[in-house]
Design a protein around this ligand. Structure first.
Ligand code: GLV
Ligand code: GLV
Length: 320
């Protein structure tokens, strides 16, 4: 029997998989994040860890767990919270949950594109604040998406799913990516690959779908905002630090870009106070994968990954 430690609260079907395999399951039962000290205590003696994106999986945590640890199964596709090289050094397999949250996250990206370009957040605030309003020919005008260009940064599963939605709204698609997408995908999306400078200069909406790594830190900063159209919108459903938040505030305030939609923040859960002052920023609290169906699928995939490694099998979705 192995000891599986689940560091945060996850949907029950995930726990069921772990228990069905006969493991001893220790789960933190609260929605609130476990204090680090307590987490370090909880993981002691674990053979497998199921971790949330709010937890740093580093040498300290691996040390606290002990040498018997075999697998860290992140209940997230993004794995910037995990020090993968350190896991590798110690022979600990790290896994994530790609695929199962692709549609949910693309839905939120599309929602933010619509909210920002049609000023829905502003409109909502008008009504809720009790401010008098009246239909007017020029009242809260936004911009249409049809025949505009979506620039997708990172054409992985989520980027492609967002592009597919944007196409349905009549947008054209360009993308920048580390590698060329398969020809069939480019044909399906009518998308072509451009360099980042071209993407910045020609896109009406720029949507981020790259992982957060040292090379995507502040990928969008002052220089990039200055290179965008003044009518451009920036949407981030990837990871907060891909955008230089202070520079974004400057760009929004100076009218260098038209607006932004953010699901993730540089110093989550803190939000740059300047953003709160920007009417042209739509701000939502990291809801990309937040559907019952998706969270359940993430939990069961993470559990499948953990039980596979504990059984000496190849896990379905290892981090490469
Ligand atoms: C959510 O942000 C994830 O990476 O799964
Ligand atoms: C990962 O990028 C995914 O699309 O699931």
């Amino acid at each position: 029997m192995s000891r599986v430690v689940v560091t945060g609260r996850i949907p029950k079907p995930g726990l069921d998989i772990l228990r069905r395999d006969g493991h001893e399951v220790v789960a933190w039962g609260s929605e609130e994040q476990q204090p680090r000290e307590q987490l370090l205590e909880q993981v002691r003696g674990a053979d497998a860890l199921l971790t949330l994106l709010t937890e740093q999986v580093d040498a300290e945590l691996l040390d606290a767990a002990g040498e018997q640890l075999q697998v860290v199964a992140n209940v997230a596709v993004g794995h910037n919270n995990i020090d993968v090289p350190v896991c590798r050094e110690r022979g600990v397999v790290a896994t994530n949950t790609p695929g199962v949250l692709t549609d949910a996250t693309a839905d939120i990206a599309m929602a933010l594109i619509l909210m920002a370009s049609r000023r829905l957040g502003e409109g909502e605030r008008v009504i809720r604040s009790g401010t008098p309003w009246q239909w007017g020919m020029f009242y809260l005008l936004g911009s249409g998406l049809q025949h505009k260009t979506l620039g997708v940064v990172g054409l992985g599963g989520i980027g492609a799913a967002t592009a597919r939605r944007a196409r349905a709204f009549g947008m054209n698609v360009v993308y920048s990516s580390r590698s060329q997408a398969p020809r069939e995908l480019e044909l399906e999306l009518g998308a072509h690959r451009v360099d980042m400078d071209t993407l910045l200069a020609t896109s009406d909406v720029i949507s981020l779908h790259c992982p957060y790594t040292s090379s995507t830190h502040h990928l969008l900063s002052s220089e990039e905002f200055a290179a965008m159209k003044r009518t451009a919108y920036v949407v981030n459903t990837a990871r907060g630090p891909v955008v230089d938040e202070a520079a974004l505030v400057e760009a929004l305030k100076a009218g260098e870009i038209a607006g932004a939609g953010l699901d993730v923040f540089e110093d989550e859960p803190a939000v740059h106070p300047g953003l709160l002052e920007c009417e042209n920023a739509v701000l939502v609290p990291h809801l990309g994968s937040a559907t019952i169906e998706t969270r359940t699928a993430m939990a069961t995939l993470a559990a499948d990954n953990a039980v596979a490694v504990l059984a000496g099998r190849e896990p379905p979705t290892p981090i490469r």
